[in-house]
Structure formats: C-alpha cells, structure tokens
Design a protein around this ligand. Sequence first.
Ligand code: ZN
Length: 110
Amino acid sequence: MTTIKATCTGCGEVDLKAEDILLRIGAARTINTYGFTCPGCAEFVEKPADERIVRLLLSGGVVPVPVHVPAEVLEIHDGPTITYDDVLDFHERLQGDDWFSELATPRTTH
Ligand SMILES: [Zn+2]
C-alpha cells in the first residue's frame, strides 16, 4: 500500500492512503482539487491539484471523482448583474397575464 504524504495547515505533513484522498477532476483544469480528512486534527483539508499533483495521486492509486460542471458555468456572461430589484420586477411581471408577450417583445429602454 502506497503512503501518500500531504500537508495539513495545522498539523504539517501527514501520511495518507490512496482511499483517504478525494481527488476531484473537473472539465476545466483549474478546478481540480484534492482533499482529505486530516488524521491529526480531523479537519477536512482541500487544496488545488495541478497536473503534477493529479499525476502523482493517480500513480499512488487514488481513484478520481469526476465533477460535473454545468454548461452554464462555462458560458461567457455580459451585461449588468441581476439585482434583487430585477427579480422583484420579474416576479411582479409574472403576476400579469401578458408577461410572455411583454418579455418576447424587445424593449429599447431598461
Ligand atoms: Zn490537521
């Protein structure tokens, strides 16, 4: 059984087994993380896993968990952030009967 060394911010270096480690692999490389429950302080420690760490963990026998990223996360958003007022306006609009045709008609002003 391979021993994997990881670092807990509180306890320093700790020895783990492959099955102690939760390796999350996402669609975008930036969100790969690995985590473990520290055997010293029982805190869950989660850290980013770059390509080198991912390879090391995989070679140590860690089974990766694929993380499903909703397509919306990868969309590019523009325009102003939706505010509570916008949500309230939308809510009030939905009370009427004509909300669909109102919204389907493009408006030039906000
Ligand atoms: Zn610890």
